[in-house]
Design a protein around this ligand. Structure first.
Ligand SMILES: Cc1ncc(COP(=O)(O)O)c(C=O)c1O
Length: 406
C-alpha cells in the first residue's frame, strides 16, 4: 500500500474480464499441439491461420502512398458513400433521395455504441431496447452503458428448430411504441438461426404496426451466404418495401477480415432529407466528443476494395471462399458426429447459418473438452465453426463423442 492519502478508487469493484477474450488468452498460453480454438469468432483458413483476403492485399497496394492526416469528423467520404450503397443498394430510394445519415465508426461495436447514443438523444432514457435471448454478449452492456433499460426475448427454440416466431411476434406486439429492437441482419450470433425471408416480412409488418425502431446489427453481411445482396435482404426489405426508418451498424471486421483495423459504419435512414441532415449533424457531434475523428487505414482499404471493379469482384470471390469453407466444416462436423452415432440432434449444425452454432453441451462437458482435449469453446457450448479445418474436425468430433458418452 502507498503512503499517500486514501484512494479515490475505493468504490470501484472488480469487473471480471470478458469471457471470450479470456478464453483466447488461455488458448494462446496452452502449449499442447492438439489445441483448437472454437471460442473467438474470427475466420481462419484451412490451416488454422488468419486469412488476409486477396482483395484486401490488392487494396493495400493501392493505398500505400496515402498520408497520415486526420480524416473529417464523420470519416472518409468515399468510404461512407460506398459502404452506404453497399448495404442499401445503389438504386435504393433512401440513397437516391439522400435520406441516409452516416458516420464512420470503430467497427461494429463502435457503430452500435454511436447508434445507441444517437437513439438516446432521439428517444430518451425511458425507451426499452429489446435484444434476443441469447444474443451477442456485448449487446446488453453496450445499450445499458448508454443508459437504456434492456430487455431480452426468447429468440429460438429446439421445438421450432429455428426462430421462435410466436415469442418474437408476441414481444413486438407487447412492446411500447418507439421501443428499439436490435436485429441481427444475418448469421445470428450465437444461435446460427436466421428468420427466413417470409419470417422477416412478418416481423417487419409488426415492427411497422407497433411503431418500433429497428436497429440492424450487420456484422456478418456477405459472410453468411457469400452474397452480400442476399444477406442484406432484411435491411432492404424494411427500408424499400415497408418504408421504415432504420439504423444499421455495419462492420468490416468479418467480411473483409479487418478485425484489428476497427472499421465500420453507423447509418440511419430517415423519412426526410431534413431529418437526415439533423441526424448527421448530431452524429458528427457524438464522434467529435468521443474520438474527434475516426482512424483512416481500414476505411481507405474498404473504399479501395469497393471502388475498383476488379478488386471488388475479387472480394466477392473471397466472400464465397469464406462462407463455403464454413458451410463445409458444418457438414464435416455433422458427418463426424453422425458416423460415430453420438447421442444428440446434430443435423441442425448444417441448417444453421454463419460462423456460430450452439452444440447444447453442459458447462461440465465444455470444461472437460478444454481440460482433457484442449478444445476451447464458450461456456454455453457456442462454437465458432471457422476454427475447424480438415486436420482438426475429426479430432473435435471424436472428443465431443467421448465427452458426451462420459
Ligand atoms: C453480433 C455481433 N455484432 C457485432 C460484433 C462486433 O464486431 P466488431 O466490433 O469487431 O466489428 C460482433 C463480433 O463478434 C458480433 O458477433
Amino acid at each position: 500500500m502507498g503512503s499517500g492519502p486514501p484512494s479515490f478508487f475505493g468504490g470501484v469493484t472488480y469487473t471480471p474480464p470478458d469471457a471470450i477474450f479470456e478464453l483466447t488468452k488461455t488458448y494462446n498460453a496452452d502449449p499442447d499441439i492438439r489445441k483448437v480454438n472454437l471460442g473467438q469468432g474470427t475466420y481462419k483458413d484451412e490451416n488454422g491461420n488468419p486469412w488476409i483476403l486477396p482483395a484486401v492485399q490488392a487494396a493495400k497496394e493501392k493505398i500505400k502512398e496515402a498520408n497520415h492526416e486526420y480524416l473529417p469528423i464523420l470519416g472518409l467520404g468515399s468510404f461512407r458513400t460506398l459502404a452506404t450503397e453497399l448495404v442499401f443498394g445503389k438504386a435504393s430510394s433512401a440513397v437516391q433521395e439522400r435520406r441516409v445519415a452516416s458516420c464512420q465508426a470503430l467497427s461494429g461495436t463502435g457503430a452500435l455504441h454511436v447508434a445507441g447514443k444517437m437513439l438516446y438523444k432521439a428517444l430518451g432514457r425511458k425507451t426499452t431496447v429489446y435484444i434476443t435471448k441469447p444474443s451477442w454478449s456485448n449487446h446488453r452492456q453496450v445499450f445499458e452503458s448508454v443508459g437504456f433499460p434492456v430487455q431480452e426475448f426468447v429468440y429460438s427454440s429446439d421445438s421450432t428448430n429455428g426462430v421462435d416466431m410466436s415469442s418474437f411476434l408476441k414481444t413486438l406486439k407487447d412492446a411500447a411504441p418507439k421501443s428499439i429492437l436490435v436485429l441481427h441482419a444475418s448469421a445470428h450470433n450465437p444461435t446460427g438461426w436466421d428468420p427466413t425471408p417470409e419470417q422477416w416480412k412478418a416481423i417487419g409488418v409488426v415492427v411497422k404496426e407497433r411503431q418500433l425502431f429497428p436497429l440492424f446489427d450487420a456484422a456478418y453481411l456477405g459472410m453468411t451466404s457469400g452474397d452480400y445482396d442476399k444477406d442484406a435482404f432484411a435491411i432492404r426489405y424494411f427500408v424499400e418495401e415497408l418504408s421504415l426508418e432504420v439504423g444499421v451498424c455495419l462492420s468490416f471486421a468479418k467480411s473483409m477480415g479487418l478485425y484489428g483495423e476497427r472499421v465500420g459504419l453507423c447509418a440511419f435512414v430517415s423519412q426526410t432529407s431534413t431529418a437526415t441532415e439533423a441526424v448527421e449533424s448530431a452524429l458528427a457531434q457524438l464522434i467529435r466528443v468521443e474520438i474527434s475523428n475516426p482512424p483512416a487505414f481500414g476505411a481507405r482499404i474498404v473504399a479501395a476494395v469497393l471502388a475498383d471493379e476488379e478488386i471488388r469482384a475479387e472480394w466477392a470471390r473471397n466472400l464465397v471462399t469464406m462462407s463455403s469453407r464454413i458451410a463445409e466444416m458444418r457438414w464435416q462436423l455433422y458427418e463426424g458426429l453422425n458416423q460415430l452415432g453420438t447421442p444428440g440432434d446434430w443435423k441442425r449444425i448444417t441448417e444453421q447459418k454463419g460462423m456460430f452454432c450452439i452444440l447444447g453441451l453442459t458447462p461440465d462437458q465444455v470444461l472437460h473438452l478444454q481440460k482433457e482435449h484442449h478444445i476451447y469453446m464458450a461456456e454455453s457450448s457456442r462454437v465458432s465453426i471457422a476454427g475447424l479445418n480438415w486436420s482438426n474436425v475429426k479430432y473435435v468430433a471424436d472428443c465431443i463423442d467421448t465427452t458426451i458418452r462420459g
